[in-house]
Design a protein around this ligand. Structure first.
Ligand SMILES: [Ca+2]
Length: 331
């Protein structure tokens, strides 16, 4: 039992540090949403755990100083993301904590199946992050003993997260499971800017080539996309191989432009409901703004400003368009 707890504490200290670094400077009152059990510790016994049990471990950084602790953490990785071990943020946290993480990553498609097989066979990493666990999953896995609760250890080993949850009782409720325990560290969105789930990026080199300027309205965006559509923007002699706006799904366009039409004013954790205007809940598909947004997206498609294969294109296809300077903008 001792080794299990130590594995968990190391994981928590590392990840709470990440959380704190992301959430400074914003009012708790603006918190949009939380997702329970984003990171959950498992009871897997590993060589690292055995090592940790005999190593001096503290709740402050560095957690260990002799490089003797390695944690296996399972997660999924998007095709556009570099291997986790190559990401600066994780390299820096390894320096700060002294803990090495062995990332066990799978493609997003099929990840849930891999995760379920791991739980079924007991061949588990020390922890999961971004594990797509629903409340039902967490309750099932904690009932079987595969996931252990962390709430009793948080005051000592995750003091920042513990203080935050005490100061924000609604979020505390959101991450507390039906049995009264907490099984994972939450993913908290505080800034209004990052409540927009889909973000648009522009190929500035291509924008300069077509004489465009950074759009600030939806109509200016349409004007810019038409410039890309009508010119040999990438200068390869073919005026028709540009895709003005590349995305791997219409839903990304709806998410990106929701604010322009006064929709999703409390964030996008729920796609079809917000509380704008102080009149309680709105069901967005019944609003004028939603109808205007439908007309806008239809215009993009009808004017060939988005990929005509948008319903089947993959994120890998989208990445290829960007790398070949065929895309005026990408979501
Ligand atoms: Ca071209």
């Amino acid at each position: 039992m001792k080794t299990r707890i130590i594995v968990l504490l190391l994981t928590l200290a590392l990840l709470v540090g990440m959380l704190a670094s992301c959430s400074n400077g914003n009012s708790p009152a603006t918190t949009a949403a939380t997702t329970a059990a984003t990171t959950a510790a498992t009871t897997a016994g590993t060589t690292a755990a055995t090592t940790a049990a005999t190593t001096a471990v503290t709740a402050a950084y560095p957690i260990v100083t002799d490089g003797s602790v390695t944690l296996d953490i399972g997660t999924w990785c998007h095709a556009s993301t570099a291997p986790y071990e190559d990401l600066l943020v994780f390299q820096e946290y390894e320096k700060i904590s002294g803990v090495h993480v062995n990332w066990i990553t799978f493609p997003q498609s099929g990840f849930t199946e891999k995760r379920n097989i791991a739980f079924a066979t007991g061949d588990l990493p020390d922890a999961y992050t971004k594990a797509s666990m629903s409340v039902n999953d967490v309750m099932k896995f904690c009932t079987s003993g595969a996931i252990i609760s962390i709430d009793e250890m948080m005051p000592t080993y995750a003091p920042n997260l513990n203080a935050y949850l005490q100061a924000n009782p609604n979020i505390n409720k959101g991450v507390t499971m039906l049995d009264g325990h907490i099984y994972g560290t939450p993913y908290i969105l505080e800034s209004s800017a990052i409540r927009v789930q889909a973000r648009m990026f522009f190929d500035m080199e291509l924008m300069n080539t077509v004489g465009g300027t950074m759009p600030s309205t939806t109509s200016e965006l349409v004007d810019y996309l038409k410039l890309v559509r009508d010119q040999d923007a990438n200068g390869n002699g073919d005026p028709s191989d540009e895709i003005p706006l590349v995305t791997s799904g219409l839903n990304h366009i709806f998410q990106m432009t929701a604010g322009s039409f006064g929709l999703n004013m409390n964030g996008q954790s729920h796609s079809f409901i917000d509380m704008a205007g102080g009149n309680g809940f709105r069901f967005l598909p019944t609003t004028d703004g939603y109808r205007d947004q439908l007309a806008f997206v239809r215009e993009l498609y009808a004017e060939k400003l988005i990929d005509q294969e948008v319903f089947t294109v993959t994120s890998t296809d989208a990445l290829a368009s960007i790398s070949q300077h065929q895309a005026g903008a990408v979501i």
